[in-house]
Write a protein that binds this ligand. Structure first.
Ligand code: UDP
Length: 470
């Protein structure tokens, strides 16, 4: 990559305040800062600590801290979707849209204003903002490119997609996928005609399509056909696949997560387990299971007979915490020695890279997917909501690096069957495991010098440099 210094290329980065969206954009920002792009990151006050790692690595990065705009559906003091769950996305998108005027004010008084905005795809209103400022907007897709393609299609063909009964056939997309209505991206399904918040979200999503460029947290070997689909559909080549971004961030094992007291215990426990023997079970940062699901999973893990590490999130269960406790009480004793239940937050990236871990029972959130790939472990998918059904289809059907063990937010799996599927992890799934290991190598290759993601990143930087104000 060229190392010529050009401090005049100034970019405004606007992350969307949800863990899964924010960290990947900060990883990208780290790469841009390494290339001497001048950067300002817009955040609201309570999200400022999430930038600590990045700003410590690059003291030159500026922050634009603006108050979180009030919204009737967002409790006062809440500034991150994590605090309210995915149902908070619609009001968050609309609330953040109110930042336009303060941004314009900041821009007009800046001695070296930005030439581009890079913002999350949940912030499509920034296309209009960029127009007003006469600069470009780059659409950052923090999730998969299959999802990006499908999401873009859905919003731009809303009537036909919504009127398909039961299942929707996407003949224009690569491999003509078919999805049940309830498996389409949640952000699309939540739309209600004439509801002002929905209409704002719709306008934002459709505006995304006319962004000057797209940056996707994915890579050519993983989702090349979807990157190409986007290039063809939107009619230009400024679609950059630069992932897995977790490999090129300021610190690839600490993903801006709260430190965990149980980290040492968990890693020591894994050290004692045979290579590739452990199934790691975790459903992301914000997904509580229902009581019956917890029971079925506990029983399935018990019946499977395989070593496992199960992360149970406390403080955000769908029922009183003591009920969770009562499900797990006898269980922990019964499986002691073979299984470990970790309560709270664990260092997922380190776990997935531990040699003892051979399988990952996951909800298929995009960060977990990429981290699982980089760990070289096969995924046992249980998609529940959001983009997860689309991700699971990619992993299971397109790539063959995962199997599906359950499906749906409210589904209670059959514990016998679940136990059998998990048990097979011990000696079965030979080809799936081989392909998962191969995909790891391809992911690592993509972010090496000369790899597809580094090449795309280089192209993006060159494009940004061309935009400098003369
Ligand atoms: N994560 C973690 N420890 C936990 C739970 C989650 O480090 O105990 C991290 C995980 O590594 C990933 C993120 O939280 O980076 C979850 O993101 P994902 O997109 O998989 O799911 P979401 O939480 O957005 O549903």
């Amino acid at each position: 990559m060229s190392s010529s210094v050009n401090n005049r290329t100034h970019v405004l980065v606007i992350p969307y305040p949800a863990q899964g969206h924010m960290l990947a954009l900060l990883d990208l920002t780290h790469q841009l800062a390494l290339q001497n792009i001048t950067i300002t990151i817009l955040v609201t006050p309570k999200n400022l600590p999430i930038l600590t790692l990045l700003v410590n690595a690059h003291p030159a990065i500026q922050t634009l801290v603006l108050p979180f705009p009030s919204h009737p559906s967002i409790p006062a003091g809440v500034e991150n979707v994590r605090e309210v769950g995915n149902s908070g996305n619609y009001p968050f998108i609309q609330a953040l849209g109110q930042l336009c005027d303060p941004i314009i004010h900041w821009f007009r008084s800046h001695p070296n204003p930005p030439v581009a905005i890079i913002s999350d795809f949940f912030l499509g209103w920034t296309v209009h903002l960029a127009h007003q400022l006469n600069i470009i907007r780059i659409n950052f897709y923090s999730v998969g490119t299959f999802l990006a393609s499908l999401n873009d299609y859905c919003w731009n063909h809303m009537d036909s997609v919504r009127s398909s009964l039961g299942v929707v056939e996407f003949h224009n997309l690569p491999r003509s996928p078919v999805f049940k209505q309830e498996h389409l991206p949640s952000v699309f399904r939540r739309y209600k005609e004439s509801d002002p918040v929905s209409e704002f979200v719709k306008d934002s999503m459709i505006a995304n399509t006319s962004s000057w460029g797209w940056v996707c947290n994915s890579f050519e070997v993983l989702e090349g056909e979807y990157l190409d689909y986007l290039r063809t559909t939107i009619g230009h080549d400024r679609v950059f696949g630069v992932g897995p971004l977790n490999l090129v961030g300021p610190e690839s094992t600490n993903r801006g997560n709260p430190s965990s007291d149980s980290s040492d215990d968990v890693m020591k426990w894994l050290d004692e387990c045979p290579v590739g023997s452990v199934v790691y079970v975790c459903f992301g940062s914000q997904k509580p299971l229902q009581r019956q699901q917890t029971e079925a999973l506990a029983l399935g893990l018990e019946k499977s007979g395989v070593p496992f590490l199960w992360v149970v999130k406390s403080g955000m269960t769908r029922q009183a915490e003591d009920e969770y406790g009562s499900v797990l009480n006898g269980f922990e004793e019964r499986v002691s020695g073979r299984g470990l239940v970790a309560k709270g937050w664990v260092p997922q990236v380190s776990i997935l890279n531990h040699k003892a871990v051979g399988g990952f029972l996951s909800h298929c959130g995009w960060n977990s997917v990429l981290e699982g790939i980089v760990g070289g472990v096969m995924i046992l998918g249980w998609p529940m909501e959001a983009d997860q059904f689309v991700n699971a289809k990619l992993l299971v059907e397109d790539l063959g690096i995962a199997v599906r063990v359950c499906e749906g937010d409210d589904t209670v799996p059959d514990s016998e069957e679940l136990g059998r599927v998990i048990a097979e992890c011990r000696n079965g799934y030979g080809e799936v495991k081989v392909r998962a290991k191969e995909m790891k190598e391809k992911a690592l290759a993509a972010v090496r010098n000369g790899g597809s993601s580094m090449t795309d990143l280089d192209k993006l930087v060159q494009e940004l440099r061309k935009l400098q104000v003369n």
